[in-house]
Design a protein. Structure first.
Length: 526
């Protein structure tokens, strides 16, 4: 079975190598974190903002509006109206201890990133029976491009990956004792506290329970117990949601299954159901678009996992299935394949508009098991041991570099974007002062709500994907006197370009070295 290591000396060598890999990976991550001066865009800015508010004693709230599925929410409001705020509580821990800086916040995902590597180590030993495979799989997981990239962001991905990978690992161990199904249920519950789509981990667990070599009485007992444990872990979130929405989960995500354009994530008051979807596209159009999304999702996964990793994984998986004398070990990876399939089908045929941006986030869960397949195959075909180590170290160096490169490029880009937001803030403060408006009363309409808020500190409201009258109505509801353009709204292009002025939108200023323009919204004009 490849490299067999049983002596104390060999175990010490592989454990030392694994520990050295973890230390090197942590050094790389903390160095990479030094380049980030901002929390970035979207998810990462959201979780940072919520974590900061938790650390400051305000609780899981935000001072901006992103979605209108629940109507016109107040400012501030509970942060869980669309995304689960669970990751923010974990990010807030070092912020409570060391201050609310970005560097403090990044400590949480960086340290949590060790967990998938440990799962790679444990599951690699389980899969292959070899500590060598476990050690190298753990290192390769830790240095995989995706893990390096996202473990130095304030996204939920790494936390979801840690809990999800542990859940799958314990499902794998259920061949030793069905009690491991119950341990898995603990982590499926924690994983769903982080991301809503991790309910598919629970589905994976329940299917694996029903497929286990147990009597039907025991299958049903373990399935029910697993569900109970999962719901118990999830209960604080469910109770909070009931208090906010009178429902166990926020209403917005379910409606997105009926979107006909991505920007309608941010529309106000539009009808979204099966009838509106069918009226817009027809049955044939729906099928065509779903199939297109399914293809696009594969391309996105290939990019985010890294093409070299994709080729290595698919080729070694095929090689294991065809050539490996113990190919039956692949049955241990059944929960991995099931979960990946469930997520792919969900984001291709149900939540299609979320798919290209959301499906890739399961890689945080899957990378340990992808690494195991790669390392185990090479461990069975590369001799001597030094050749195997050299090959895996070189692959880890390449992988770490690719992850570093992607994170670094993103960090530098958003450092520049936030520099523009500083100018936006100064321009608006000066203009508001001339109009007798206090800084605390400033509210801005913008498309990139998350980072505009973090970059300016102003209350911010999403520009709704509606007609101009609805935009002005929403702006007036929140007393948002400024709008930052462009905003990916065709109705506003003529105002942005100055081709067809609207008296309700009065030009204030253009931001140097950017495409940003600020306009004053005059509610009195008709």
């Amino acid at each position: 079975m490849g490299v067999v290591t049983t002596s104390v000396k060999e175990k010490r060598f592989w454990n030392t190598l694994f520990l050295a890999g973890l230390i090197a990976g942590l050094v790389l991550r903390f160095y990479l974190a030094s380049f980030a001066k901002t929390p970035g865009h979207g998810d990462s800015a959201f979780y940072y903002t919520v974590a900061k508010n938790i650390a400051l004693g305000r609780g899981p709230v935000i001072d901006y509006i992103v979605y209108f599925f629940s109507g016109l929410l107040p400012l501030p409001h509970y942060a869980g109206d669309f995304w689960n705020p669970g990751a923010a509580f974990l990010i807030s821990i070092p912020m409570i201890l060391f201050g609310t800086s970005l560097s403090s916040a990044l400590a949480a995902p960086i340290i949590t990133g060790i967990v998938p590597a440990l799962v790679g180590y444990w599951a690699g030993r389980k899969f292959s029976g070899s500590i060598a495979v476990g050690s190298l799989a753990g290192i390769l997981t830790f240095f995989s491009p995706f893990q390096v990239w996202y473990s130095v962001t304030t996204e939920a991905i790494i936390f979801s990956g840690a809990f999800g990978a542990l859940a799958i690992y314990f499902i794998m161990k259920s061949d030793e004792s069905p009690r491991y199904f119950l341990a898995a249920a603990i982590f499926t519950g924690f994983a769903q506290l982080i991301r809503q789509d991790n309910i598919l981990l629970l589905a994976t667990l329940e299917v694996c329970v029903l497929l286990a070599s147990l009597s039907w009485k025991r299958k049903l007992a373990f399935a029910a117990a697993a569900l109970g444990i999962h719901l118990l872990i999830l209960s604080p979130l469910i109770l909070k949601n009931f208090s906010e929405f009178r429902a166990p989960f926020p209403p917005g995500p379910a409606k997105t299954a009926f979107l006909t354009t991505y920007e309608d994530f941010h529309s106000y008051g539009k009808r979204m159901d099966w009838y509106s979807l069918r009226a817009a596209w027809g049955i044939r159009g729906i099928i065509t678009r779903k199939l297109h999304t399914a293809q696009e999702n594969l391309g996105q996964v290939n990019y985010y996992i890294d093409p070299v990793f994709s080729i290595l994984f698919l080729s070694t998986l095929a090689g294991t299935a065809i050539l490996h004398r113990k190919k039956n070990n692949l049955r241990l990876l059944l929960p991995v394949f099931l979960f990946a399939l469930f997520e792919y089908l969900f984001y291709s045929f149900i939540a299609s508009f979320s798919g290209p941006g959301s499906l890739i986030k399961i890689l945080g869960i899957l990378m340990p098991f992808i690494s195991i397949v790669i390392v185990d195959f090479f461990a069975n075909h590369l001799r001597p041991k030094s050749l195997l180590i050299t090959a895996m170290v070189l692959l880890s160096i390449y992988s770490g570099y690719r992850g570093f490169q992607k994170n670094y490029s993103s960090a530098i880009y958003y450092n520049g974007v936030y520099d523009s937001y500083k100018i936006v803030k100064s321009v608006i403060v000066e203009d508001a002062g001339r109009r007798g408006l206090n800084n605390s009363d400033i509210t801005v309409l913008a498309r990139d709500t998350w980072d505009v808020y973090e970059g300016t500190g102003f209350k911010t409201v999403m520009v709704p994907n509606n007609d101009l009258n609805t935009m002005v109505y929403v702006a007036q509801h929140y007393n948002a006197r400024y709008i930052l353009l462009p905003a990916q709204r065709s109705q506003l292009d003529k105002i942005y370009n100055g081709t067809t002025p609207d008296p309700r939108f009065r030009y204030v200023a253009a931001i140097p070295n950017s495409d940003l323009k600020i306009f004053w919204i005059d509610f009195e004009q008709k």
